[in-house]
Design a binder for this molecule. Sequence first.
Ligand SMILES: Nc1ncnc2c1ncn2[C@@H]1O[C@H](COP(=O)(O)OP(=O)(O)O)[C@@H](O)[C@H]1O
Ligand SMILES: [Mg+2]
Length: 278
Amino acid sequence: MTKIFGGGSLRKRQVVALKDFSLAIASEPPVIIAVVGESGSGKSTMARLVLGLERPSSGQVLYKGTDLARASRSERRAFRREVQAIFQDPFEVYNSFYKVDHVLTTPVAKFHLARTREEGRQLIEHALRSVGLRPEETLGRYPHQLSGGQRQRTMVARTLLLRPKIIVADEPVSMVDASLRVTVLANLLQLKEQFGISLIYITHDLATAYQISDRIIVLHGGQVVETGDPEQIVKRPEHPYTRLLISSIPQPDPAHPWGEEGPDDWAALDVAQLVKDG
Ligand SMILES: Nc1ncnc2c1ncn2[C@@H]1O[C@H](COP(=O)(O)OP(=O)(O)O)[C@@H](O)[C@H]1O
Ligand SMILES: [Mg+2]
C-alpha cells in the first residue's frame, strides 16, 4: 500500500510517506515483526494505515481476508478489538482529570468484557498483575501520579484486557529511560510468548528490533530497503542504509566492535530471561 499526503492544491507539495509497503501476518504462530527506520521514514504512517486510522492512497488493508474499507459494522468492531495499538507516549492517551482506572474500565464497558462490576474489577486486576503492576498501587491514582513506566505498563494491561490478535506498537520504548526499556521490551515479548499475540514493533533502534523480533523490515524514505531474518540483517546487511543504522548503535565495548564477533555480546541483555523470571 501507498500513502501520499498533500497535493490537494497546487501550492501543496506532495509527500509520499509510504510507498508499496506490503506485509502479511498469519494467524499462527504469533510473530514479532520489527519495522525499523529513522524519523520521517514512514513508520507511523504505516501504523496508522494498518490500524485503519487512515486510508491508503492505493492498496488495501485486509483483515481475515476482508478489505477494511469494505468491512461490515461487525467486522469492523471485531477488527477494532482484535488489532490494538500501543503508542509512544502513553501520557497523551490518559485524560488527566480521570483516574488511571478510566482507561481500564472503558474498554471493559465498551466491549462488554464482564457481566458484573466485580467481574470487571477482577479482569482489570488480573491484567495489571500480569504486566507486573500491583493493582493497589495503580488503581485510584491519577496519571501524573504514576511513573512513565507504570503508565506504559498500564497501557499494556489495557491492551491485554481486549485479548487482541495483533498489536501495533509505535516506538513504545523511545520515551522511557534505559532501565525501563528492558522491562517494556520483556512485556512485549511476553505478549507474544505467553498470550500468543503478534506484534508489529516500530522503532528507530535496530538494537531492540534485533533483541525481540522474528523479522525485520527496514524503512527508508517510505520505502522498504531491506527485509529478513534479524540475524541476517544485523550480521550481513545488504543495504548501505542498514549498515548506517548498525554503525549508529552504541557499542558496549569499543575494544571489540562487533563485526568480528557478531552482536551476541551486545545483545546479552537478556530480555527472554526477564520474561521467564516474570
Ligand atoms: N498527516 C500528514 N500530513 C502530511 N505529511 C505527513 C503526515 N503524516 C506524516 N507525514 C509525512 O510523511 C512522512 C513520514 O512520516 P511518519 O510516518 O510520521 O514517519 P516516522 O513515524 O517514521 O517518523 C514524513 O515526511 C512526514 O512529514
Ligand atoms: Mg513515528
